[in-house]
Design a protein around this ligand. Structure first.
Ligand code: BGC
Length: 748
């Protein structure tokens, strides 16, 4: 497998690749890497090999001398050029002068913060994802970061899980496309990726972070693994093992995941790191009695690098000497790490210039990019009475809510080197835009950050009454989202609902802007408040982007990458669920129902409005009998039937109505975002290889069964049927043959 596409990038890493590989063919370069790695390995002691497998963070317990002694081959949380340069200089004093690799959680920006990944996913636009990741990488690599612990490829159907914010939502196809785009974007900007958390981390029981996951193997292959596989194909150089246990085996000790699937079936030849102290946690999981056993199980499973456990370096020398771990296993892990460092050009590039500082960002260009990306991530969930965009008659706007002027909250979790002071808050953005147009803006927070104290509510109601429009900015302060932020109750926290009800009761038109990292339960507010925008955590330029959209300078075009529940008790809720023998029938209790809540979500997957409208006409399927090698080929004419330009995400879903196993009611198989002027029509053509219409068996074999496939096309997951095709011949692809074949669910 050739994975030297770092050559095509423009960041520092790829520049180094270019220098190093100059004049060599890809195969020649590959051979040269292997030759240099073998030469190095032949000169390394066991301890030096283990040093390459030790990933340790800035600060205690790191001893800087460890770097010069070859005991710290990988470093994390070094986020200034001075520290990176100091470590690089120390590594040059080591016996073999092997450069460390510097990693950091760079998820949605480094200094300039872009919208959080779930929000970025709402853009349904891989080019935009590439752009955002490229910017994050450019800024991080400027100060010497080389490797990001991203993208997070964990699919999640459960918004109680706080880390949903770091991913792409609930759909394996969207997730595959965007994970690949993020890997590519990071690489172009100069960062290698550690795609995480391998695997099944996004489905912990009860939505509790770190808790156990049970997912049958076929479901892993169909739903949870495709985004990771897309990352392999896109050239992710490394993976991170998940903290939790999958079907009773912690991922960090799972030979099935780390070796059978990743290496043997997918042909991955980079390296796998544990998560933070993940190897030590094997003791807590109850599969290892002590550190030595934990280290042994992890390395034998295929986890090459120990993040913050220091167990490999401490215990594996004895484990090898006692014959419990073959030295060959350690050598192979070191080989993977060295091969990756070599491919990235780390051996051949100059050390970082210590005068580089991240305060050169945000730059006008990075701000512009962050603003454009954020505009495209805002989802207009509802807009009764066309409260938005701000109407010409509006003279005064009351901006209410604690999150309107909260520079830190809008950055969201995992904001790397994001500075609050760089943020343009929503209040600032709205005020600037409004005042330029001669409108007045009054700000009234109504309550404190967590909305526990509502002493300031009367002032906010007074401001609302005096205004023509209320823009209410509420949602989740960023501490309520991200790692270790599981929630049992997805309602707006604190007394936000009470405040919003009071605002609605003033009779003034209210537009609610929600800040947050997951769908939140709105209850009766969805009826009482006419216009609702999901703004996620929109980043450094969140305020300008929100103003652009609220004033109609930008037309919202994002769609939900997750199903939005009506009640917490509905989760996990997702559109691509299986049928049942008792589909919902109104007035029949003994069908799929709740007795205390509607069965449907509040907003379905793929949902999002625009200030214009789109009509779908003349859907046509070219060729309704599909043989191997054929495409499901659907075209449809989409017309912008409104009065302003807009963008629509045209979505194609399929269903296999009769199969040997129950198949989902809908599955997204293709989408395209099209920009249309007012009145403009465009024929959109979506193609899906017949090899992507099937499903997996428990052993990873991919099958497409002969028979009908129903097809749906439209602007959300409730899209109407446009007909059906027939798969003429069954297809069967064994796991190892899928490496080079068209990849199910992967961007083409
Ligand atoms: C998280 C990872 C992250 C790592 C390093 C862990 O707690 O689970 O996603 O990359 O910390 O910061």
């Amino acid at each position: 497998m050739v994975r030297l596409s770092c050559l095509s990038g423009v960041g520092p890493l790829s520049l180094a690749c270019g220098l190093f590989f100059g004049g060599l063919t890809a195969a020649g370069a590959q051979a040269d890497v292997e030759r240099r790695v073998e030469d190095l390995l032949s000169r390394m002691t066991l301890e030096e090999k283990l040093g390459q497998l030790n990933l340790i963070s800035h600060g205690p317990p790191l001893r800087w001398e460890d770097i010069a002694e070859g005991k710290a081959g990988a470093l994390l949380n070094f986020n200034s050029a001075q520290d990176v340069a100091r470590a690089q200089a120390l590594a040059r004093q080591s016996r073999l002068k092997i450069p460390p690799i510097f990693g950091l959680d760079v998820l949605h920006g480094f200094r300039t913060q872009f919208p959080i990944p779930l929000g970025e996913a709402a853009a349904f636009n891989p080019d935009l994802s590439r752009l955002a990741s490229e910017w994050a990488a450019k800024e991080a690599s400027y100060v010497g970061v080389q490797w990001t612990f991203a993208p997070m490829a964990d699919l999640s159907r459960d918004s109680r899980w706080g880390r949903m914010v770091e991913g792409f939502g609930e759909d394996p196809y969207l997730g595959s496309v965007l994970t690949a785009a993020r890997v590519e974007g990071f690489r172009t900007g100069g960062l290698a990726t550690a795609t995480k958390h391998f695997a099944g981390y996004g489905a912990p029981q009860g939505g509790r972070d770190y808790d156990t996951t049970y997912i049958p193997p076929a479901e892993m292959y169909d739903t949870y693994l495709p985004p990771f596989r897309a990352a392999v194909k896109a050239g992710s150089v490394s993976f991170m093992a998940a903290f939790n246990a999958l079907n009773g085996t912690p991922s960090t000790a799972s030979p099935w995941l780390q070796t059978d699937v990743l290496r043997n079936q997918w042909g991955f030849d980079g390296f796998v790191t544990s998560d933070w102290a993940g190897i030590h946690e094997l003791i807590g999981h109850g599969v290892a009695a002590d550190g030595a056993e934990a280290a042994r199980k992890a390395i034998l499973a295929g986890v090459d690098m120990d993040m913050m456990g220091q167990l490999y370096i401490k215990h594996l020398p004895d484990e090898v000497r006692a014959g419990r771990v073959p030295e060959q296993v350690v050598t192979e892990a070191a080989r993977r790490v060295l091969r990756t460092k070599m491919r990235l050009g780390l051996f051949d590039q100059p050390d970082i210039d210590p005068t580089h500082v991240d305060s050169v960002f945000p730059s006008p260009e990075s701000r512009k990019a962050a603003r454009e990306v954020a505009q495209d991530t805002l989802v207009l969930l509802q807009n009764r009475d066309n409260v938005l965009p701000v109407a010409p008659g509006v003279r005064t706007i009351a901006v209410v809510g604690p999150l309107a002027d909260s520079p830190r909250d809008q950055l969201g979790p995992h904001a790397a080197r994001g500075h609050d002071s760089d943020s343009v808050t929503i209040l600032q953005g709205l005020r600037q835009r409004a005042e330029a147009a001669g409108l007045r803006v009054e700000h009234a927070p109504a309550c404190d950050q967590f909305c526990r104290n509502t002493d300031k509510l009367p002032a906010a109601l007074e401001a609302a009454r005096k205004s023509d429009l209320v823009v209410a900015v509420f949602g989740e302060p960023q501490e309520l989202s991200g790692e270790a932020a599981s929630r049992t109750n997805l309602a707006l926290n604190g007394r936000q609902a009470e405040v919003l009800e009071a605002l609605a009761a003033t009779g003034k038109p209210v537009a609610l802007v929600i800040i947050g990292g997951r769908p939140l339960v709105l209850g009766t507010l969805a009826e009482k408040i006419p216009s609702i925008v999901m703004a996620w955590y929109p980043g450094t330029e969140g305020g300008t982007a929100v103003a652009d959209v609220l004033f109609g300078d930008a037309n919202p075009s994002a769609k939900l990458p997750v199903t939005w529940p009506r009640a917490t008790g509905q989760v996990p809720i997702y559109y691509n669920r299986l049928p049942t023998g008792r589909p919902t029938l109104p007035n029949n209790r003994f069908t799929l129902q709740y007795i205390d809540e509607a069965i449907t979500p509040l907003y379905p997957f793929g949902w999002g409005l625009s200030y214009t409208t789109f009509a779908y006409k003349d859907p046509a399927i070219a060729g309704t009998r599909l043989s191997p090698g054929d495409n499901l080929d659907v075209s449809v004419t989409v017309t912008n039937t409104g009065t302003r330009p807009g963008k629509e995400v045209v979505q194609l879903y399929m269903r296999d109505p009769v199969a040997s196993r129950s198949r989902p009611l809908r599955q997204l198989k293709a989408f395209e975002k099209v920009a249309l002027d007012a009145g403009e029509s465009r024929q959109v053509r979506l193609r899906v290889p017949v090899e992507e219409l099937g499903f997996h068996l428990d052993d990873g074999t991919y099958v497409v069964e002969a028979g009908d496939i129903e097809v749906f096309v439209g602007g959300n997951s409730l899209a109407p049927s446009v007909g059906k095709v027939v798969v003429a011949e069954p297809i069967r692809i064994p796991p190892t043959e899928q490496r080079a074949s068209a990849s199910p669910g992967v961007v083409r």
